[in-house]
Design a protein around this ligand. Structure first.
Ligand SMILES: CC(C)(COP(=O)(O)OP(=O)(O)OC[C@H]1O[C@@H](n2cnc3c(N)ncnc32)[C@H](O)[C@@H]1OP(=O)(O)O)[C@@H](O)C(=O)NCCC(=O)NCCS
Length: 190
């Protein structure tokens, strides 16, 4: 049984994970949402202008009234640099899918690994999810590496599963980690 808590603030060594705010629109647009390099392997297209970013942000903000809406802004040194969220939550099965994106200027500094680790811990330890999964485009190995570093294991490859924003079909790799595996890993670290 899941004990939903909503997108509570989580602090890590370098980051604050917190709900998005309306005043994030400008930084969100400039740090990642307008960049086609960021959306290259994603299903959504880079935003054309700040109004588009603000409209999408508005829809996210409205969803925070639900305690089973998990969507954090990743804040570093006072500014939002990306986001991490859950989709396809099954209360019955205690599982969900994780998705994320990060501004290009912040890649390869370990930020998404730090954010993912904190989110997995919150969702397994506090909300009691049984299994968390994520897909990544097979041509985006950096994302696969982030998932592997968190202890997620490959479950399979889904051929031509998603239409990329660029118009080509992508093979997706599915990785997952179980609550027991996460809690064991945490125990071993102590
Ligand atoms: C994928 C993404 C989230 C990675 O975030 P990040 O903060 O740069 O990730 P980290 O720094 O924590 O880790 C990246 C890892 O990938 C590795 N990596 C980077 N480029 C790589 C490549 N071309 N091939 C293989 N590994 C690569 C890095 O070396 C690092 O691994 P290491 O710590 O073992 O050296 C970020 O690039 C991003 O948001 N991209 C755009 C949106 C996106 O692709 N979202 C994911 C959709 S599935």
């Amino acid at each position: 049984m899941l004990k939903h808590k909503g997108s509570q603030v989580i602090k890590t060594e370098r980051l604050i994970l917190r709900p998005f705010r309306l005043d994030d629109a400008y930084k969100m647009h400039h740090n990642w949402a307008k960049d086609p390099e960021v959306t290259r392997y994603l299903t959504w297209q880079a935003h054309k202008n700040i109004n588009e970013t603000a409209r999408i942000l508005g829809a996210w903000l409205a969803a925070y009234t639900a305690d089973n809406y998990y969507h954090w802004a990743i804040e570093h040194k006072g500014e939002p640099i990306g986001g991490i969220s859950l989709a396809d939550i099954s209360d019955r099965d205690g599982n969900a899918k994780i998705g994320y994106c990060l501004g290009r200027a912040y890649w390869n500094k370990g930020f998404m690994s730090e954010a993912l680790e904190a989110v997995l811990d919150f969702l397994f330890s506090r909300v009691s999810f049984k299994k968390l999964s994520a897909f990544h485009d097979i041509e985006n190995p950096a994302s696969g590496r982030v998932l592997e570093k968190a202890g997620m294991k490959q479950e399979g490859i889904l051929r031509q599963e998603k239409l990329r924003s660029s118009g080509e079909f992508a093979d997706l790799r599915l990785l997952a980690i179980l609550q027991d595996e996460w809690l064991d890993k945490k125990k071993q670290k102590r």
